[in-house]
Design a protein around this ligand. Sequence first.
Ligand SMILES: CC(C)(COP(=O)(O)OP(=O)(O)OC[C@H]1O[C@@H](n2cnc3c(N)ncnc32)[C@H](O)[C@@H]1OP(=O)(O)O)[C@@H](O)C(=O)NCCC(=O)NCCS
Length: 214
Amino acid sequence: MLSNEFTVLGMSEGCISMILDILESNNQFPKIRIVNDLRISPKKEYLRESFIIDQITEFENIDGDFIIGASKPQAKMEIMDLYKRVPLSNFVKLISSKCDISNTTVLGNGSIVNSMTCIAAHTKIKDFVFINRGCTIGHHTVINNYVTLNPAVNIAGNVTVGESTLIGMGTNIIDGINIGSNSIIGAGSVVTKDIPDGVIAYGSPCKIIRANEA
Ligand SMILES: CC(C)(COP(=O)(O)OP(=O)(O)OC[C@H]1O[C@@H](n2cnc3c(N)ncnc32)[C@H](O)[C@@H]1OP(=O)(O)O)[C@@H](O)C(=O)NCCC(=O)NCCS
């Protein structure tokens, strides 16, 4: 259950939409304050009337619940670097009530799971992992810190996704694959072989295209 004070650190349009969708579908309407000193200006239409939203650029009070308001792995890491003073335990797990998650799944702090996602048994989803709409994650799969799964990603069993990697929408990853850290898998890829750290890879079958300089 969320406390009455809910702080979103940073703000990208896609991410704030995802957060508000989940809160609404869970019938949760906390008072939200947005810390927006990354100079990302939200468009007004994303700020729905059902929420009382207060935009600030700095804050003292680190009590209450926190979530990161940006979806790209690098942005999430930058935000956490800026706000190291907020304890990990204050970051909530935001899970849409329209998901099917195994009781044996371990989900880390600050992670978000959007609607229509299914997560199978004995999976480990670590901290600050964002899983967008309609993903499936197979048994014994491990998703490391700061990973982002864009919509409709299908991951088979026994897969590992390394820290801060982004998986593009509609990607399929077959059983037992290891994907490295800080890589990007392009939309619509079919990953049939391991992918190393720090690369951009895409296609069916997925091939390394170049180094990921980010
Ligand atoms: C892979 C990605 C990060 C960009 O890679 P990039 O190399 O910078 O891509 P570019 O836009 O410079 O395109 C270079 C070429 O690769 C192709 N390409 C780009 N992404 C591709 C993909 N996912 N699959 C196949 N080909 C792709 C382009 O068509 C272009 O081909 P061309 O040279 O024949 O014209 C991006 O295309 C992507 O897939 N991002 C994820 C998008 C996503 O999931 N969005 C959902 C948000 S919720």
